[in-house]
Write a protein that binds this ligand. Sequence first.
Ligand SMILES: NC(=O)c1ccc[n+]([C@@H]2O[C@H](COP(=O)([O-])OP(=O)(O)OC[C@H]3O[C@@H](n4cnc5c(N)ncnc54)[C@H](OP(=O)(O)O)[C@@H]3O)[C@@H](O)[C@H]2O)c1
Length: 249
Amino acid sequence: MATVLVTGGSGTLGSHVVAILRERGHDVRVLSRRPGVGTHHGDLSSGEGVAEARRGASWVVHAASDTHRFGSADVVQTQHLLDACGNDVEHLVYVSIVGIDAIPFRYYRNKLRCEEIVSASSTPSTVLRATQFHELLAMGLGAVSRLPVAPLPAGFRFQPVAAREVAGAVAAVMEQRPATRAPDFGGPEVLELAELARQWQDRHQRPRRYLPVPLPGRVARGFREGRNTCPQHHQGVQTWRQFLAESPR
Ligand SMILES: NC(=O)c1ccc[n+]([C@@H]2O[C@H](COP(=O)([O-])OP(=O)(O)OC[C@H]3O[C@@H](n4cnc5c(N)ncnc54)[C@H](OP(=O)(O)O)[C@@H]3O)[C@@H](O)[C@H]2O)c1
């Protein structure tokens, strides 16, 4: 049994990581900015409370991210965490995204820089990249589906995966020795966004119609070429259709 600090332990992925590590008997701490949400109150952007939350924890899962602002605070946040870890930590697992080195999206550039500083630090670490979570695609499709005609980037491809299955992989990697990079973790199938949207429409009976919008630029080309997918790593089991069937209408 280990004492583990999970940053982002209140988020979509992190909350599953926390539950799985606790089921396996570990003593799990959760850092959150929101009072009363985690076991430890703190803010990775300012560094407040981070050293206190880390002290005595020999393992760290770093799943916090400034997801609502393209990760613009992620590098600073990751550096504050690494400063609090130094070489007192046996293993830090950093959760990242498949294809961030192939698609020049602003969020991905910030994530790539985080991977670099994690790997270059004195803290023994493993980076685990995953494909997009079902939950993320559901949030995006849910937002556009409120419109009578919903615009969709034409030709984008995804390999959606259940966040709880990625969390299982994070927990398994955490319990192994640091390995710099773990194998990528992807969902069971690569699908075009138009097909994901059709399945959403089957389940939710909205929107009335989708409007495919061709987008210019290298970022859009990366998503059309499926650089964000890893078809050779399709360990995820739950399909998008199964996820939709389990979600409330
Ligand atoms: N979503 C995807 O499809 C996907 C796919 C592959 C990899 N990933 C990666 O997986 C990780 C988790 O993603 P997610 O979608 O689960 O994120 P999320 O639900 O948006 O949760 C973000 C978490 O970060 C924490 N956080 C943000 N700023 C913080 C700060 N200044 N100090 C302390 N905590 C802070 C939040 O905690 P509080 O609000 O409680 O403070 C929250 O728990 C990210 O690194 C992401 O890049 C995501």
